[in-house]
Design a protein around this ligand. Structure first.
Ligand code: PRP
Length: 208
């Protein structure tokens, strides 16, 4: 039995479809009304857990799941000790610094950066040698500059419509992001064949 941590939401649904087509079906997963969190298909030797996207790395690092799917943003932010086996080529977006188009950085004081990703933001500005003041938020990050809570934001940009509708623009790109297939280090030794079979099945369905 291979235990798979899937991120709840659209990315998880997409990855599940790739796996189902590859022979890892578990029809119960398709029932959108269910509140179940564990889905098992003994015949296909697979068990899925639906977890918060930010928690996938924790489940996989600690071996509660053998493998999982996590965005590169989550991996860079939390740095779980796992193997990254495959770029799935989906869930593509960009981690960016954004703010008002006419923003001018006053280097006499620390730059106030609102973000859900303090570790990524800190590393980015450290490299630039720029002092910052992190304002950690959990959502609706774009509100921060509008309400003058921050000077800029460090956040995910996918279609760009949230920025546009709030009169904000991208200032700099920090890093490109996409979904990654990750594995627990011990499971990778002991369930090597099963994990590789799943990885190859996903690789084959990339971009289909
Ligand atoms: C994410 C991100 C941006 C938005 C970007 O937020 O934090 O706000 O999506 O997408 P776009 O470029 O396609 O507009 P999410 O929807 O996860 O909600 P949140 O504000 O609760 O974090």
């Amino acid at each position: 039995m291979i235990n798979v941590a899937l991120p709840k939401g659209r990315l998880g649904d997409q990855v599940y479809r790739m796996l189902a087509e590859a022979g890892y079906r578990c029809d119960e997963m398709l029932d959108k009304k269910t509140r179940k969190l564990v889905f098992e298909n003994a015949e296909h030797t697979v068990r899925y857990f639906q977890v918060k996207p930010t928690d996938v790395g924790v489940y996989v690092e600690r071996g509660a799941a053998d493998v999982g799917i996590a965005g590169r943003d989550i991996l860079l932010e939390y740095e779980p000790d796992v193997y990254e086996l495959l770029d799935l080529g989906i869930g593509k977006c960009r981690m960016c610094i954004a703010g008002f188009p006419d923003f001018h950085d006053d280097t006499d004081r620390p730059l106030r950066v609102a973000t859900k990703f303090p570790h990524i933001a800190r590393a980015y500005y450290e490299e630039l040698g720029r002092d910052i003041d992190i304002i950690k938020l959990h959502g609706s990050i774009e509100l921060a500059p509008i309400l003058k809570l921050s000077d800029v934001i460090c956040d995910i940009v996918e279609t760009g419509s949230t920025l546009k509708e709030n009169n904000l623009v991208v200032h700099e790109e920090v890093v490109p992001v996409s979904a990654r297939f990750i594995a627990n280090k011990v499971s990778y030794q002991f369930a090597h064949e099963e994990i590789l079979r799943m990885k190859n099945a996903l690789a084959e369905r990339r971009g289909k």
